[in-house]
Design a protein around this ligand. Structure first.
Ligand SMILES: [Zn+2]
Ligand SMILES: [Zn+2]
Length: 439
């Protein structure tokens, strides 16, 4: 029996193609979306799946990958249809497992001819593809700074030492590769991963603190998203006004970017976090709300070789600075106590230290920190190593180095043991080394 399943969100298109194939003796099934199509393919095991590429929710690339990962569907051929005829789409479709690619509008005679080669049942089947296991991430727990700047990228001669890209930190631990925020530094990480792993399948997790521009703008330029064998889980909390998926896809909509999020060949899953404690693989993670406009969090990751907390945007003492002086001390100190207990005993703290004391006086309530407050917080929480982060775009290398000296002076004045540095693009920190140095 010649059976074909047409998966297309355009009902007219399904009707026209279905009628043509019906006349040529095919029994036709219809599905109006990727999810439904995958389910029907598993149920009916058709000889051919005719699948549109650009569908909301689950696109054609994902349908191809799902069907190809199901050994019960080895006899099923996949013919992709698309209103576009870009070479990149065609290549990505074949890589995802398609057997043929037809550009829309499909001429009836061409469609019948294309499917005719699958009519005979004894066509040699392609060898079964081994299931692609994700590439193993090995080595000691470590972090690498890919973007350390706050607010907006700041390239130029004055920022070459610390770097001009916005927030992005990579953590490798317990077999996981976790990316903290997707600022413009993410582009460099993508290049590095492509060079290091070539075409090996990668399963990556991106943990977002919030969706301000400087934390998401690198996403469209992340090379691993353009390979169908890769998978990226994006985790974050729902924003104050829009869901996480909405915010991330809207920055890639026309007229801002030529390729939408759902058209990316890689498998991208966006998941909104509901709990403040969760795990990525064997890495335990805790979240804590930051003092920053909208919904913004910081994360603490337990890597087994040391713990890291990442608070790129946070104004530690905002409540204390801004609140009515008559409010009780208990109430004023409560948010600070919460964050101190969250950070207690940490090995590495990466924290917003955007302004010096004088600048901060003009920017109270903007959601970013004063250097002195951050050092005081790290001392109180008995943190081992503090990396000043989210450097102001108007601060040049000299200014940042002066702020490091100033921070160290504050620590010395209190006989503290805290080590302070400024986060620097490209710097690698071995977590076991931090814990050892503090002993
Ligand atoms: Zn920021
Ligand atoms: Zn922000």
């Amino acid at each position: 029996m010649k059976t074909v399943l047409i998966i297309d969100d355009d009902a007219d298109c399904r009707r026209v193609l279905g009628a043509v194939l019906n006349q040529s003796g095919w029994q036709v099934f219809h599905a109006g979306g990727g999810d439904e199509g995958i389910e029907m393919a598993r149920q009916h095991r058709p000889r051919v799946v005719l699948c549109d590429l650009l569908m909301p929710h689950v696109n054609g690339f994902k349908v191809c990958r799902e069907l190809r990962s199901d050994s019960a569907l080895r006899q099923t051929a996949i013919v992709v249809t698309s209103g576009r005829n870009f070479d990149a789409d065609r290549r990505a479709a074949f890589e995802a497992g398609a057997d043929d690619y037809l550009a829309k509008p499909v001429e009836p005679s061409k469609l019948v001819a294309a499917l005719a080669r699958f009519e005979v049942n004894d066509v040699p089947l392609p060898p079964e593809k081994p299931v692609e296991l994700p590439t193993r991430i090995s080595g000691p727990a470590r972090l690498k700074f890919w973007g350390v700047r706050g607010s907006t990228p700041a390239p130029g001669a004055g920022t070459v030492e610390y770097g001009g890209n916005t927030s992005c930190v990579e953590i490798r631990a317990k077999g996981e590769l976790i990316i903290l925020d997707a600022g413009t530094g993410l582009r460099l990480l993508g290049r590095q991963l492509t060079e290091e792993f070539k075409d090996q399948p990668l399963h990556l997790t991106l943990l977002l603190t919030h969706t301000h521009w400087d934390h998401i703008q690198g996403l469209p330029f992340f090379q691993p998203l353009y390979k169908p064998q890769n998978r990226l889980r994006i985790l974050g909390f729902e924003g104050a006004r829009h869901g996480l998926g909405n915010v991330l896809s809207s920055q890639m909509e026309n007229p801002f970017f030529p390729i939408t999020l759902r058209e990316l060949p890689a498998n991208v899953q966006i998941e909104e976090l509901k709990e403040m404690k969760f795990s990525i693989g064997r890495v335990r993670i805790e979240a804590c709300f930051a003092n920053h406009p909208g919904i913004c969090v910081g994360y603490r990751l337990f890597t087994g070789e040391g713990s890291v907390a990442y608070f790129p945007d946070n104004e530690p003492h905002y409540v204390a600075h801004a609140i009515d002086a008559r409010a009780s001390a208990e109430y004023v100190q409560s948010p600070e106590r919460k964050i101190v207990s969250f950070l207690r005993g940490l090995d590495v703290l990466i924290m917003d230290a955007q302004y010096d004391r004088a600048e901060y006086q003009q920017r109270i309530g903007w959601g970013h920190a004063c250097l002195d407050d951050v050092v005081a917080l790290a001392l109180k929480a008995e943190v081992k190593k503090l990396y000043l982060f989210h450097h102001d775009p108007d601060h040049d290398d000299k200014k940042i180095s002066e702020m490091v000296q100033e921070a160290r002076k504050i620590v010395r004045a209190q006989n503290g043991k805290l080590h302070v540095d400024a986060a620097r693009e490209g710097a690698v920190v071995e977590l076991a080394g931090v814990a050892q140095a503090a002993r």
